[in-house]
Design a protein around this ligand. Structure first.
Ligand code: FAD
Length: 262
């Protein structure tokens, strides 16, 4: 199977660098093909702007989504964007690996998402009407592929527990899991987390290899997070709110996960 690892850390000799090397070696040893998009090494351009098209509009004001659509539909996207989209089409699974920075992904990785996820590729896909609201949240260009996060945090596991001060990790990662990965169609696997990175030493790194190795060995069989599909009946369209009878006591992020399957 084909795996794309999108990796965002500026220092190859970091903990993240060691984890990346382990991931690549483990996946290849299991017979997978692996490509790595090492964003700092590639000097990835993070900012979305008019130069994302080979023929930027001369006089018209730059419009981030409509210009993205035009470039995507007319083969005018800059080569770096088109190459990453080809990697996504090639991949059976995509892993995003990064240190948690300010409760989210590093800016360079956010910039990868913003630019590679073009209009017509990751959003604006499918019929938009009063019956359907596009192919998204369970459908879309990347449907049938798996995705997983590998995230390291300075904070302790308890800091990210249900009543921890940072907020539950599932809530913090919800915009990435649901908004960035599930939206264009990925089946999203539970994340692999390394907490309290300052305490990682050779012994702990051995445990990480063991745990993460298990996760990589079961990449193709692990059950995805059971997010609700937009077009499968749980939501009113076009309001896109859950129907009254669906999880009536649940609000917030958790309402979009099928409780019975959790
Ligand atoms: P490193 O600093 O490279 O390494 C961590 C430890 O692992 C070190 O002790 C090192 O000796 C050890 N190590 C490295 N390689 C190996 C190896 N091969 N074998 C064994 N041990 C090894 N944290 C949060 O929880 N929430 C936040 O919102 C947050 N925001 C941040 C924002 C910024 C801008 C920054 C810089 C940090 C932030 N942090 C936050 C902390 C951040 O998440 C951690 O610093 C990061 O996850 C550590 O990963 P690293 O790869 O940089 O680790």
């Amino acid at each position: 199977m084909n795996v794309l690892l999108v990796y965002a850390h500026p220092e190859p000799r970091s903990l993240n660098g060691a984890i990346r090397d382990f991931v690549v070696q483990r996946l290849r040893a299991a017979g997978n093909e692996v490509q790595v998009s090492d964003l700092y090494a590639m000097q990835w351009k993070p900012q979305l702007d008019a130069f994302d098209s080979k023929v930027p509009p001369a006089d018209a004001p730059f419009h981030p989504s409509l210009d993205s659509k035009h470039a995507f539909e007319n083969g005018l996207q800059s080569d770096d964007i088109a190459r990453e989209q080809d990697k996504l089409r090639w991949a059976d699974a995509v892993i995003l690996q990064f240190p948690l920075w300010w409760f989210s992904m590093p800016a360079i990785l956010k910039g990868w998402v913003e630019r590679v996820y073009a209009y017509g590729f990751a959003y604006g896909v499918g019929e938009h009407s009063d019956e359907r609201w596009g192919d998204r949240y369970g459908e879309g260009t990347l449907a049938g592929k798996r995705a997983m996060l590998i995230v390291t945090t300075g904070g302790w596991e308890s800091h990210y527990s249900a009543r921890g001060i940072n907020g539950p990790i599932d809530d913090i990662l919800f915009p990435i899991h649901h908004g960035i990965l599930y939206y264009p169609g990925f089946d999203v696997l539970p994340p692999y987390l390394v907490y309290r990175t300052s305490k990682v030493d050779a012994v702990r790194f051995g445990e990480i290899r063991e745990e993460l190795g298990q996760r990589l060995d079961t990449l193709w069989t692990t059950a995805p997070i059971p997010f609700r599909r937009q077009n499968a009946g749980d939501y009113r369209i076009p309001q896109l709110t859950l129907r009254d009878e669906v999880a009536p006591q649940t609000v917030g992020f958790a309402a979009h996960v099928e409780a019975a399957r959790v």
